[in-house]
Ligand binder design. Sequence first.
Ligand SMILES: C[S@@+](CC[C@H](N)C(=O)[O-])C[C@H]1O[C@@H](n2cnc3c(N)ncnc32)[C@H](O)[C@@H]1O
Length: 292
Amino acid sequence: MSHVEHIPVMVREVFEGLHIRKNGTYWDGTFGRGGHSEKLLSLLSDSGALFASDRDAAALAAASRFEVDSRFTFFHSSLVEALALVPEDLDGFLWDLGVSTPQLKDSARGFSFAESGPLDMRMDQRQSVKAADLVNGLNERELADLIYQYGEERFSRRIARAIIEKRRQAPIETTEELEDICFKAYPFKKKHRIHPATRTFQAFRIAVNGELDQLEKALPLALNKLRPGGRGVVMSFHSLEDRIVKHTFRQFDRNGTHRVITKKPLRPSEEELVQNPASRSTKLRVIEACQL
Ligand SMILES: C[S@@+](CC[C@H](N)C(=O)[O-])C[C@H]1O[C@@H](n2cnc3c(N)ncnc32)[C@H](O)[C@@H]1O
């Protein structure tokens, strides 16, 4: 396991958004290493409660430091699974989507092309399908569609073709191999703002973890768990996630049951961007359940 720390992002904006009631009941659905949960617990009285969940076993291990706190309960579960375990009438929930820095930096997890490791990418290690299964198992059309749909990668067809060609020699097993395939498949290498493997890695990660399905299924259910005046804060890290959050919030606002607090997503301050460049693509949205 890696010993890299995760710096919690947009902490001031998260807690301004959550409007913590000190005796309230909250849910942190993406516990990670517990940075936001720790702050949340510090704002609750003895009568408050924090339910936290994450599907990564490393988060479960990190949560053990709060074991002695009777206000804290942890579930090793996905957002969708946790919905059956978290109580109704929440005063607020926080979802800080995506992957944590320790997950990214742990080469054995295979999330990053900057780290050499197996093509795994599972957030939940109990799950059987890994990125290598998709990279080596899908046909060319399926690969191109996946890379285009979840990576918004305009060279998806070239990359899919290159994967198939490489696979003919031997299965693709490592992050380095996939990175090399993307790099070589890309035209005009020097002109690109981001690394040629960025979008393809994002696409396989989203597919392996069913990230968009999770969000689409869980978000409406979580919004219905808020008690009147309760707040939902969601931070997303790419446009596909943010689109789902924006549309779901807008739909609940139109129905009149909830009110969108952030007409436009909040972004990290200049100061935070300097201190924590990993926060750069964060978009934070806040919604409140109406007093009926
Ligand atoms: C950016 S990190 C959260 C960091 C955390 N706020 C902190 O301060 O340490 C995102 C976490 O959410 C988890 N995660 C992402 N999507 C999830 C889902 N659908 N269900 C459960 N956990 C999820 C990941 O495993 C990861 O640990």
